[in-house]
Design a protein. Structure first.
Length: 113
């Protein structure tokens, strides 16, 4: 009877954590210790060496992230977190994302992707 019972696994509840396959960083993180720590965690560090040009295409990726933060911080309530409860703050972040998308759709001319 015990052999037919499902096995119980100890650990944290919820979805298992995932690790990034690669880490894009700027020259400030270009140290041997940081690179080794990334490799120990199974992440490939993509970091330019000091005194070299940067990674091609990294600026485009960083621009998207920086622009997203700038758009979210236009909402004063998100720039300074007033709520103590996480669910209320998440609701306001979702509402801000909806408003950002709505503004983009209103001004979209239909010719660009």
């Amino acid at each position: 009877m015990c052999s037919t019972a499902p096995r119980q696994f100890a650990g944290r509840p919820g979805r298992p954590r995932r690790r990034f396959a690669a880490l894009l960083a700027d020259k400030a993180y270009s140290s041997a210790a940081f690179r080794q720590a990334c490799r120990e965690r199974g992440t490939k560090p993509i970091i330019p060496k000091p005194k070299t040009t940067g990674i091609k295409g990294l600026g485009r990726l960083r621009y998207v992230v920086e622009q997203t933060f700038a758009l979210l911080h236009q909402c004063r309530r998100l720039a300074v977190r007033w709520e103590r409860r996480l669910d209320i703050h998440d609701g306001f972040v979702s509402l801000a994302c909806v408003l950002i998308c709505w503004r983009r759709l209103i001004t979209w001319d239909g010719h660009s992707c």
